[in-house]
Design a protein around this ligand. Structure first.
Ligand SMILES: [Zn+2]
Length: 156
């Protein structure tokens, strides 16, 4: 691919990124950094950045604290994008609570605490699989994290 083509592709993704950000409810200081289609694994990967200089709500006391650093990259499964599995990647910011001095990871707006799925994925994509047997349900959502997935999809 030459440089011109690669620029064109980036421009084409601009709209997609905005649309995507809206669909999972992120706004400043979170933003979509890039969206990629991996032709090897036939999946879509969205990378989200949390602004370094912003303040974030502390999960402990609820006050806003300055960002301390980031956690390691974490991945959430999201609903399919044009029939391809879609994954969100992000290094969530960490804050140091000014009251207790403890360090906390800031929860991502698209996910429940501790979940490896986006809330949209949980509420829509899992609906049709609730009544399927274990194996079929897992295949239908193309989930590789079977224990985790099946526990939340079937036993709710
Ligand atoms: Zn705090």
């Amino acid at each position: 691919m030459n440089e011109m083509e690669s620029e064109k592709e980036m421009a084409g993704f601009e709209n997609f990124e905005r649309m995507f950000a809206q669909s999972i409810g992120i706004e400043e200081p979170w933003r979509v950094e890039k969206a990629e289609f991996d032709s090897g694994s036939m999946s879509v990967h969205i990378y989200i950045l949390a602004k370094k200089t912003a303040k974030y709500q502390c999960p402990e006391c609820g006050q806003e604290h300055s960002r301390l650093d980031n956690e390691e990259e974490r991945v959430w499964q999201h609903g399919d994008v044009v029939f391809y599995p879609c994954f969100i990647h992000c290094r969530r910011p960490r804050v140091k609570c000014e009251r207790s001095g403890k360090i906390h990871v800031v929860e991502a707006p698209w996910s429940r605490k501790g979940s490896r799925y986006t809330m949209l994925f949980e509420s829509f994509a899992m609906k049709p699989v609730e009544k399927l047997p274990f194996e079929q349900a897992r295949k239908s959502c193309r989930s590789s994290r079977r224990a985790n997935f099946c526990a939340s999809a079937i036993h709710r």
